[in-house]
Design a protein around this ligand. Structure first.
Ligand code: G3I
Length: 442
């Protein structure tokens, strides 16, 4: 603990130093000069053997920040990155076990809320990058890669972007009814301006971006009926019969702003099981690739349930992964660069007869079922990792207490993740780690 106090102090001093140096300047220290969190948080004599893992897995008292617990990402190093989503306030206190768990176990990070465009561009000419700046600083200090989430979405996006008068206080539905939505030119100008702010700002630090998030419904591009005004306003610019041109515009702007090295992705949910949506994603990405829009990958959010069908999930990943042939054909100089990422993995436990369940105390037996399902999933993901298709798997939340599934679709105690509410490691933490030993390949 003394060590951690020293570490926190050191980081605080370094942060002050940076602030004094006016944030992102050339004088900012390189990540190598910052403390090595991961090494500090894990005992150096750990062997990462199956024996060692099996000696710990039944101990339900082990804490997420226990120095004798191996770091989860280490089991998969060189095969696939293991990541986590968190909120900006979870990386402020370096004494907090949850924060230490983040720093210790994962090697790719994503901010769950504070890099969304409503947070970063709340009003015209107003930018709020403080949380994102701190996220980048902490991730660099921890030696972790980062995903940027997200630019174009229908939710958590600045409402003023969509209004003819940005100061109009009426709802988008009213603007739609009254004919006071923004024009095509206004919306394109606003989103492009924003892209030109955020992408270059983090160009050297954030490699992976969800340029577009959840643009599809079950069979095609979202419409006003799905709460999205993007297609309504920008529409079918090139006259090819599809109103998805805003996706293309956003990708092209992001590429221009960030350069060829960025991995620009499109992210969506339900593709794990809804074949029609996966097909719609395939068709749209294929069409865009053939038009010269370089989309480097597709994110499967993977908000799944404990009864999910892993085989259907596998087939849908296969479908999207087959886009790599189109990508290689259209962009031969970047051949092999197309990928799938598992971007928001978590596991709803309220299923079957209990699907409508409310507050609940989960049994060890139920945790065991969850561990088995996570094992099955990880084993499938690793098949794709072995083939170079999946390069990152990120959990959507740090622990069962810090999960959106406790409030959606209603207030209840879900148990979606690898760490329990009291910061102890659940059986699924160990089953995920175990796949690294038992996985036999595709
Ligand atoms: O910040 C306000 C706070 O001031 C207020 O007191 C509080 C009262 O409800 O709300 C807070 O905002 C909440 C925000 O999270 C920050 O915690 C919003 O109500 C809440 O709706 C919002 O939920 C987020 C959700 O996206 C919105 O769609 C979740 O935290 C976030 O985990 C979730 O993430 C999405 C991904 O971006 C895309 N894929 C699905 C995933 C889960 O919904």
């Amino acid at each position: 603990m003394k060590k951690m106090k020293l570490l926190s102090l050191l980081l605080a001093i370094l942060m002050l130093f940076n602030l004094a140096a006016c944030g992102k300047t050339e004088a900012e220290p390189e990540s190598e000069e910052l403390p090595d969190f991961k090494a500090e948080l894990t005992s150096t004599d750990l062997k990462y053997t199956l024996d060692e893992l099996e000696s710990m897995e039944n101990d339900r008292t082990l804490l997420v920040n226990d120095p004798n617990v191996p770091a989860l990402y280490k089991y998969f190093e060189g095969i696939v990155k293991i990541g986590v989503a968190f909120t900006s306030n979870q990386i402020l206190d370096f004494e907090d076990p949850v924060t230490q768990g983040i720093l210790k176990h994962y090697n790719i990070y994503v901010l769950g809320n504070e890099m969304k465009s409503d947070h970063c561009n709340p009003a015209p000419d107003t930018y709020n990058f403080d949380d994102a700046d701190n996220f980048v600083k902490v991730a660099k200090a921890a030696g972790s890669e980062m995903r940027g989430h997200t630019i174009v979405w229908h939710s958590q996006v600045p409402q003023w972007w969509f209004k003819a008068d940005p100061n109009d206080q009426s709802s988008l539905q009213d603007c739609y009814n009254n004919g006071t939505l923004a024009s095509r030119e206004q919306l394109i100008e606003r989103v492009t301006t924003y892209i030109n702010e955020i992408i270059p700002r983090y160009k050297d630090d954030i490699k992976y971006w969800d340029v577009c998030n959840e643009v599809l419904n079950a069979s095609g591009i979202r419409t006003v009926a799905d709460d999205s005004y993007w297609a309504e306003i920008i529409g079918d610019v090139d006259g090819n019969g599809y109103s998805d041109d805003y996706v293309e515009i956003a990708f092209n702007a992001a590429r221009e702003a960030g350069g060829e090295d960025l991995v620009l992705m499109i992210n969506d949910f339900n593709m794990e099981w809804q074949n029609s949506k996966t097909q719609a994603m395939y068709d749209m990405v294929e069409r865009m690739l053939r038009k010269g829009v370089r989309i480097d990958g597709v994110g499967f959010q993977s908000h799944i349930s404990v009864d999910c069908n892993v085989n259907t999930f596998r087939q849908n990943i296969e479908k999207i992964a087959s886009l790599s042939e189109v990508y290689d054909e259209c962009f031969p100089e970047y051949a092999g660069n197309f990928r799938v990422q598992i971007t928001e993995l978590d596991m709803n436990m309220f299923v079957g007869a209990n699907a409508d369940g409310g507050f609940y105390k989960w049994s060890e037996e139920e945790f065991k079922q969850q561990a088995d399902k996570y094992y099955e999933l990880m084993d499938m993901f690793l098949d794709f990792a072995d083939e170079g298709v999946i390069d990152a798997i990120l959990f959507w939340g740090t622990d069962d207490e810090n999960s959106w599934l406790n409030s959606t679709p209603k207030l209840r105690r879900n148990a979606a993740l690898l760490v329990d509410r009291d910061n102890t490691l659940k059986p699924d933490f160990w089953s995920v780690a175990k796949t690294s030993f038992y996985h036999t390949g595709p």
